[in-house]
Write a protein that binds this ligand. Structure first.
Ligand SMILES: CC(=O)SCCNC(=O)CCNC(=O)[C@H](O)C(C)(C)COP(=O)(O)OP(=O)(O)OC[C@H]1O[C@@H](n2cnc3c(N)ncnc32)[C@H](O)[C@@H]1OP(=O)(O)O
Ligand SMILES: CC(=O)C(=O)O
Length: 544
């Protein structure tokens, strides 16, 4: 027996238009092109590229896309209806859209009588004519039209009859899609369900219109309902969803496609993109956040780094037996991965699972495993945090197992800072004393701050013994004051990220003295880097 194909939902991405209406987000034409091509690979059928004519970048974007066209997606130009009491054919704004050369255009028009009389300052009749003329104009120029009914839900609630007349105007003028917009984001899912059902019925009743336009949904997140509202609309009969990658958009954002797509596909059984493309979703989300230069939301459902991170000991113990116990889908389905977090909330299962990621097979019953868990909890209660400092946790494990290699011994350090009046920079001079193979070394180095000077002095002292240190770098440094109410006697936690050009690792130090905390983290950072190098050399030797 053949299986019925899943009903299809058309995805429409507006990251490059509504997404760029987010405060703090601005991208170059080149970046818009990079995102468009990434969305094309992801299998999004409609990509709204911007409003050609509204700004030079959007004009350029459409032109450059002719040179480097998308492989599968339709690029869509966005624009409003003509202005009141003008002719569509004479409107320079609409000519700019034609000049952009896309086969598809999205026209937004007013559904809410309040906007017609207050925003446009025109009559209800003239607004209907604006919708009709604009769409007919684009249809006469051979373009396919998506009609975005702005403020649809508010308009419907205030004056259903007039709102339906605006849709009818778009429909008779030849729009292929009628997209119902919750522009102010204030509608709740039960209202969306009822209203979309009504629209679906009304549009199907009008049999003079062949083919009947399909219904789409465009939601904003002002009530934190954008995704739920889009799903409610689909379940009520909408067949297109508009949204943005990572939910970027005006005010609180748009429906987040990174949540919508997996919900539609994995939970509701609709087809949107291929399984392979769905498996690239997390990467696409990170790519877009990288390009728009906004930190990725680590806790974003489905695609965030923490979406499948397990911290509580009870959770990890169960997930290790069967991931279904604490995961709603398999992380790989959306290109994410499971992570086990190590902290004071851990149980022995977290320790065993984390040890395995470092290639260490621990037995739950051994005193060493219990000792590692106990030490972890003691140190976390003193202010250490190993969640983000897994290299320090690895060193703690090697120590408990008696296998922590001592590359060097720290004997002490001194730091001298000069604050030159009138100059912003502080010069720092650090002196360190270390011993390698029983030999004491005293070295000094300067830096533009005490931590940089300490790091430089340590490497200088050690590089003759370990030339690989020349490739190490300190890539990030963060300080947090713990129990701040105790003022200058508060404890400090320092996190240091180090790298060797192809790997990065993070270490932690805690002390009432900020320099001692930083020094501890820097020393462990160098030690862990040396350990990685030694392990890599041993692996090469072992492979012959
Ligand atoms: C719901 C949405 O997100 S719609 C998209 C919103 N996006 C943007 O606004 C970003 C791009 N916008 C722009 O670059 C500019 O606002 C432009 C180029 C479109 C217009 O700029 P200006 O001519 O300087 O006008 P301004 O921005 O002050 O006002 C908007 C005008 O559009 C009119 N307008 C608003 N909606 C519509 C519509 N659906 N149909 C026709 N005209 C409309 C307003 O009445 C107003 O005209 P008026 O000043 O003659 O009364
Ligand atoms: C068209 C659009 O972006 C809105 O109504 O929100």
């Amino acid at each position: 027996m053949t299986k019925n194909p899943s009903p299809h939902i058309w995805l429409y991405d507006t990251t490059l238009r509504d997404g760029t209406q987010r405060e703090g987000l601005s991208i170059s034409t080149e970046d818009k092109l990079r995102i468009a091509h990434r969305l094309d690979q992801l299998g999004i059928p409609f990509i709204e590229g911007g409003w050609p004519g509204a700004n030079p970048k959007d004009v350029q974007f459409f032109w450059q896309l002719h040179e480097d066209p998308l492989k599968h997606s339709q690029i869509v130009a966005f624009c409003s209806t003509r202005r009141p009491h003008t002719h569509a054919a004479d409107e320079p704004m609409l000519q700019d859209i034609l000049a952009a050369g896309s086969s598809w255009v999205t026209i937004f028009g007013k559904s809410w009588d309040l906007h017609v009389t207050t925003g446009l300052k025109t009559t209800l009749e003239e607004n209907l004519a604006m919708i009709r003329d604009t769409i007919e104009f684009f249809r006469s120029q051979g373009r396919c039209v998506i009609y975005d009914a702005e403020h649809w839900f508010d308009g419907y609630k205030h004056n259903r009859d007039y709102a339906l007349q605006t849709l009818k105007a778009a429909m008779t003028a030849g729009a292929e899609w009628l997209v119902l917009c919750d522009t102010n984001g204030g509608t709740l899912p039960h209202e969306v369900s009822q209203i979309v059902q009504d629209v679906v019925e009304v549009t199907r009743e009008d049999l003079t219109q062949l083919p009947i336009p399909q219904i789409g949904i465009h939601t904003h997140n002002d009530s934190d309902m954008a995704v739920a509202n889009a799903l409610a609309a689909v379940m009520a009969g909408a067949t297109m969803v508009q949204g943005t990658i990572n939910g970027y958009g005006e005010r609180c954002g748009n429906a987040n496609l990174c949540s919508l797509i997996p919900n539609l596909q994995l939970k509701l059984g609709y087809s949107c993109i291929t399984e392979h493309q769905l498996g690239q979703l997390a990467e696409a989300s990170r790519f877009v956040s990288e390009v728009v230069n906004l930190a990725p939301d680590e806790h974003a459902p489905f695609v965030g780094r923490s979406a499948f991170a397990h911290k509580g000991g009870i959770h990890v113990s169960a997930v290790e037996r069967n991931p279904l116990t604490y995961e709603h889908i398999q992380p790989e389905q959306v290109g994410n991965r499971r992570r086990i977090v190590i902290s004071e909330q851990a149980g022995i299962s977290n320790v065993l699972a984390k040890a395995r990621t470092f290639g260490i097979e621990l037995d739950k019953q051994t005193p060493e495993a219990k000792q590692i868990l106990q030490r972890l909890k003691e140190l976390e209660s003193e202010g250490y945090q190993f969640e983000a400092a897994e290299a320090s946790f690895a060193l703690l494990m090697y120590e408990a197992l008696g296998g922590r290699q001592q590359f060097f011994e720290v004997k002490g350090f001194q730091v001298h800072c000069d604050l030159v009046e009138g100059k912003e920079m502080t010069n720092a001079l650090a002196t360190v004393k270390v011993a390698v193979n029983g030999k004491n070394i005293l070295e000094a180095a300067e830096g533009n701050g005490p931590v940089a000077a300490l790091d430089a002095a340590l490497r200088k002292a050690l590089v003759n013994f370990y030339p690989q240190l020349a490739t190490f770098e300190l890539t990030d440094y963060k300080v947090r004051i713990l129990d701040g109410h105790t003022g200058t006697s508060a404890k400090t936690r320092a996190l240091v990220e180090s790298g060797n050009g192809y790997q990065r690792w993070t270490t932690v130090g805690v002390s009432p003295n900020i320099l001692a905390a930083s020094y501890q983290a820097v020393v462990e950072g160098l030690e862990y880097g040396l350990l990685l190098h030694a392990q890599a050399e041993a692996a090469v030797k072992a492979s012959g």
